[in-house]
Write a protein that binds this ligand. Structure first.
Ligand SMILES: O=C(O)CCC(=O)C(=O)O
Ligand SMILES: [Mn+2]
Length: 200
């Protein structure tokens, strides 16, 4: 990694009310492939549960939740307990902290088996998260479209999240913008996403 990538963030993709920096591919192809395989096989993946209109829904997408302590975290109305960092997650966290200049104490992982699985409009502003804390999103596997939408003006910004890439959302992004991962019929391969966060 060169000095420039440690000190200069890419330009802000958002026109106002937040900061989203897309760093592009931060890992060489082989390293990104290796992380994908290791995470696929070593993470304790579980089907996600959520409550929609009072009903318990089990999603096809799988999730996992890791951190430096066994944090309890309420997400989509279901409380979960974090598992402790695996060696690879700790290594990834350190690399992402160096590149982003931010620190993180936990990570939510998502496994999308194909383009049929996605995530609807939301912001990551649960009460357990540090207010306006940075969120670092690492993508591995199938390239997928990601979109942000301003809560008031409804203006949208979208980009493709490449294999081995990093997207950093910070400042007031979660207060003013929603984001989603739209489902698509065009993609049949799996994708893993990691979002490093700060729990308070
Ligand atoms: O998979 C993605 O890129 C987005 C994941 C996300 O927004 C989340 O886990 O909160
Ligand atoms: Mn999110």
């Amino acid at each position: 990694m060169n000095l420039e990538s440690q000190t200069v963030n890419p330009k802000n993709l958002l026109p106002k009310d937040g900061i989203a920096n897309y760093f592009g591919k931060i890992f060489p192809e082989e390293e990104a492939d290796r992380y994908f395989d290791i995470l696929l096989n070593t993470i304790a993946w579980q089907n996600d549960e959520t409550i929609i209109f009072g009903k318990r829904i089990v999603t096809k997408r799988k999730v996992a939740w890791y951190g430096q302590r066994e944090f309890e975290y309420t997400y989509s109305k279901v409380t979960k307990k974090a598992k402790l960092w695996t060696p690879e997650l700790l290594q990834l966290k350190k690399e992402i902290e160096t590149i982003s200049g931010e620190t993180f104490n936990s990570c939510l992982l998502n496994l999308y088996h194909s383009g049929a699985e996605g995530m609807g409009w939301h912001s990551d502003a649960e009460k357990d998260l540090k207010k306006n804390g940075a969120i670092a999103s690492v993508s591995l596997g199938a390239e997928r479209k990601f979109a942000l939408k301003h809560k008031q003006t409804k203006e949208t910004v979208s980009l493709n999240l490449e294999h081995g890439s990093l997207l950093l959302m910070k400042g007031t992004t979660q207060t003013h913008w929603l984001h989603r991962l739209p489902p698509t019929k065009k993609i049949h391969d799996p994708r893993i996403n990691l979002t490093f966060r700060t729990i308070v």
